[in-house]
Design a protein around this ligand. Structure first.
Ligand code: UDX
Length: 450
């Protein structure tokens, strides 16, 4: 099928690349002309593992192309995926102006029937507004529009795998035609009939994804409710960690056993600096606002947000407890991205931590395998190291702020010898407390008896 993707950020590029990979003809566009220029020249405007292989491949094979003029993309696709950003407004609501802009563009430029698919995370009932905008602004052309909601559940760092091997594909539709069109689009994924560009083998042997057909309102709600639940789970684990610390228990042991209960599940129970990124914090906020506007008191989620905001304070207290005075001290920071395997620093707890260190007068030297270029743009005042070892040089404390797997495999003797004081504060419980002690470090983490 001919498919257009409007918005070439993380979600748009992954969606476009994967749809092309499974056989569709795809055009991606973005209002940032620079981004399109980079893509056309074979470059990658973002870091997402696997994308650097898939995009050039499908581009070369002629199934993926880029347009700087969004109107061309509207003309091209039978289905148009809206993947523009819905950033938070100062009051926490989702800013839907980009969706509104795209709706008008589609309405005025389309000359043939279109299936308009919302992929961006939006509050429930946005689909109804989208439908209204398409019919109001498209009234002169008489084109038929079908609107559908197809929320993405892509995690940065594993987004390609998540797209190609989802647990479920949720489609919120109003009629059978829209459902069938979406089924056609996802058929290779549903039937697992494609060559996986991410995994060597075995990935297509598992159960087929669930095909979940709902109303548009339900599909929209599923996305917000899912992300908010994940946030809730993390904050819960963080509170249990604080309690474990005081009661002489070990959070790793506790959550491992909790997670074995299938009603709870093992994921999103890792304690530490809390959740960040462009989705969880903003979706949680937008969901709380949506609930309030709808007359539902969702203070449970407000608590989850409050707990998350306090994680950095809590970490700082640990650091102060170990270091005493922070001002003037050399601190090494490992990790700047909001989680491993991405260069994304938006709403990253690690960045917040560095800002706190600066405001408290510490001298910071940071290292991240992928996120340093982005960090430099917003944090020019700190030093950036070429390696983790350089970040540890002369440091009075080494902070682990993002759990990049490679930080778990460092040569600790070398780190210890480089540091002014062998103190490690592990904000992500990445390392083993007993191993670090055996390596000669003072070691602090969350929810454990360090
Ligand atoms: C999230 C959702 O998982 C995904 O389904 C949705 O489509 C987009 O938003 P993402 O933002 O990529 O994905 O990150 P995610 O893997 O969910 O992690 C979010 C944050 O939670 C990170 O800062 C991570 O470090 C933190 N986290 C995650 C924890 O602190 N503990 C955990 O146990 C899991």
């Amino acid at each position: 099928m001919k498919i257009s993707v409007i918005g070439s950020g993380y979600v748009g590029l992954v969606t476009g690349a994967c749809l092309a990979e499974i056989g569709h003809e795809v055009v991606c566009t973005d209002n940032d002309a620079e981004k399109i220029k980079i893509l056309e020249a074979g470059g990658m405007p973002i870091y997402e593992p696997g994308l650097e292989k898939v995009i050039p491949k499908v581009h070369k094979e002629g199934r993926l192309s880029f347009r700087s003029n969004p109107a061309d993309a509207v003309t091209f696709g039978e289905a148009i995926f809206i993947c523009v950003g819905t950033p938070p407004l100062p009051n926490g609501d989702a800013d839907l102006s980009a969706i509104d802009h795209v709706a008008r563009l589609i309405a005025t430029e389309a000359r043939s029937p279109k299936l308009v698919v919302e992929k961006s995370t939006v509050p429930a009932q946005t689909g109804q507004e989208l439908k209204r905008a398409l019919s109001v602004y498209g009234r002169k052309t008489g084109v038929t529009f079908r609107v559908a909601s197809n929320p993405e559940f892509l995690r940065e760092g594993t987004a390609l795998g998540d797209f190609l091997h989802p647990d479920r594909i949720v489609v919120g539709v109003e009629d059978e035609i829209a459902e069938q069109q979406l089924k056609e689009i996802y058929r290779p994924v549903l039937e697992r009939k494609f060559k996986c560009p991410v995994h060597a083998s075995g990935c297509l042997d598992g159960p087929a994804p669930a095909w979940v057909v709902t109303t548009i309102n339900s599909a929209e709600l599923i996305k917000h409710a899912s992300n908010s639940f994940l946030a809730l789970k993390i904050s819960y684990a963080n509170m249990v960690a604080d309690l474990a610390e005081r009661l002489g228990a070990d959070i790793g042991e506790v959550t491992r056993a909790m997670g074995l209960d299938p009603r709870i599940g093992p994921s999103f129970l890792s304690a530490g600096l809390g959740f960040g990124g462009f989705c969880l914090p903003k979706d949680l906020q937008a969901f709380v606002h949506l609930a309030e506007r709808s007359g539902v008191d969702f203070s449970l989620l407000r608590e989850a947000e409050k707990i998350n905001k306090k994680r950095i304070d809590h970490f700082f207290e640990k650091m102060r407890g170990a270091l005493w005075v922070v001002r003037g001290k050399q601190i090494g920071v490992l990790g700047l991205a909001f989680k491993p395997n991405t260069d994304d620093i938006r709403f990253s707890p690690a960045i917040e931590l560095v800002n706190r260190l600066i405001s408290e007068g510490a001298r910071v030297c940071a290292f991240d395998p992928e996120a340093m270029d982005r960090a430099r743009a917003i944090l020019p005042e700190i030093q950036y190291a070429k390696t983790a070892y350089e970040a540890a040089q002369d440091a009075e404390a080494l902070l682990i702020a993002t759990e990049w797997p490679e930080f778990g495999k460092l040569d600790w003797e070398r780190i210890r010898n480089a540091m002014a004081r062998p103190l490690i504060l592990d904000g992500r419980n990445l390392l083993s407390a007993s191993k670090m002690k055996a390596e000669g470090f003072e070691y602090r983490s969350f929810g454990r008896q360090d």
